[in-house]
Design a protein around this ligand. Structure first.
Ligand code: GLN
Length: 384
């Protein structure tokens, strides 16, 4: 079976489809998660300076040394161990490449990989590209808590890894300390890896970000992945990275060198400057997003959606059933065509699509005026 045969069941990525529909219907795009403002000037200035200074050729495959250093320091900000920048940090073309390189480099065809559903769409595809078999654990609306029995049952002797995402897209869930400990316990018992996507690490609204790599015995079996895009509103730059012990890093790099070889050189210098931002940058970023979350959550509740405020990320999942539509796809079609707002139908994030049918995902990484206008339009929805 070719990779394209294996990917056929998943169709086109929902983000491309929804963004196209949003443009076509001139709808406000609360579907694809990208900010509608520009990234910070101090980051662009550093990238532009690198371009002017002639940083035009291939970067070191594992990343330009100043960026690997900046990633190591940034990783340690949360209290985590500082990784060795040369042996434990690898720069990738966005976290999406990090996920693919990690799965392709460290999982054998036929191995099992545990995924929480709903999952970010590329996870399922990357597992398929690696020739591995997914095992699903369902997080259920409204709190999306982990069912310990279901999690334990998903692990077996065939489990190579679990792919984790905290804070979690699309639910906005932040895994609790107890849930992370449970995942770690399963990994230790079954000698499995944890592949942890932490791109929303700076969007935790209450308390501090927790890394599974920091739990007992987990540093040696975890690949932590993150990126620049969310934290610096530079989703189009596609700068990501992995942090992992040298033996796992060797696996990631084996795949990375033949997937992309290296990542855009001047943008890596910009990224190094970004990650040196003072604490005030991250604090203001979080405060802005907390306000946006409250704006959207309050508005959606007033209109009649049922939801819990997300604990992290810039997404919120709501129950659309008060409006009487038979499915998330039908509801999102009505939103984009008749209401003028694009949103994501979450059934695409489930293996068992029925689980996502009552739900809708909105992104709130938009300026306040746009969020208010989206709410004004959504208020035309009529509860039935
Ligand atoms: N991560 C973003 C989201 O979940 C978009 C990613 C993409 O467009 N591929 O909306």
């Amino acid at each position: 079976m070719t990779v394209s045969d294996r990917l056929k069941p998943f169709g086109e990525t929902i983000f491309a489809e929804i963004s196209r529909l949003a443009l076509q219907h001139e709808a406000i795009n609360l579907g694809q998660g990208f900010p509608n403002w520009a990234g910070p000037d101090f980051v662009k200035d550093a990238a532009a300076a690198a371009m002017r200074d002639g940083c035009d050729q291939y970067a070191r495959t594992s990343g330009v040394p100043v960026l690997n250093e900046a990633i190591a320091d940034h990783h340690a900000r949360t209290g985590s161990r500082r990784p060795d920048p040369d042996r434990e940090v690898t720069v990738t073309s966005g976290c999406t490449e990090a996920i693919a390189a990690t799965l392709i480099g460290l999982v054998n065809p036929g191995d099992e990989v545990v995924l929480f559903q709903p999952f970010y769409d590329s996870y399922r595809a990357a597992v398929a590209m690696a020739g591995a078999a997914p095992r699903f654990v369902t997080l259920r609306f409204p709190d999306f808590a982990v069912d310990p029995a279901e999690l334990r049952a998903a692990f077996s002797d065939r489990t190579r890894a679990i792919l984790l995402n905290t804070p979690h897209n699309p639910t906005g869930k932040v895994f609790s300390a107890a849930e992370l400990e449970l995942v770690a316990d399963c990994c230790r018992r079954h000698d499995a890896y944890a592949f942890s996507d932490e791109v929303y690490e700076h969007l935790v609204f209450d308390g501090a970000h927790r890394r599974i790599a920091d739990l007992d015995g987990m540093a040696q079996r975890t690949v932590t992945m993150s990126s620049l895009g969310k934290t610096f509103s530079l989703t189009g730059w596609k700068i990501g990275w992995t942090v992992a012990p040298p033996d796992l890093t060797a696996g990631v790099r084996a795949a990375h060198q033949f997937l992309t070889f290296a990542t855009a050189t001047p943008l890596q210098y910009g990224a190094a400057a970004a990650l040196r931002a003072p604490d005030t940058y991250y604090a203001e970023f979080l405060a802005d997003f907390r306000r946006k979350r409250d704006l959207l959550v309050d508005g959606l509740s007033r209109i009649g959606f049922t939801l819990r405020p997300p604990q992290g990320t810039y997404f919120v999942i709501a129950d659309h059933t008060p409006f009487g539509f038979e499915s998330d796809v039908a509801f999102c079609r009505h939103l984009v065509e008749d209401i003028g707002v694009a949103a994501i139908p979450p059934s695409v994030f489930y293996d068992d699509r029925a689980e996502g049918r009552p739900l809708v995902r909105f992104a709130f990484c938009k300026d306040d005026a746009t969020l208010r206008e989206a709410l004004r339009r959504l208020s035309r929805l009529v509860a039935r």
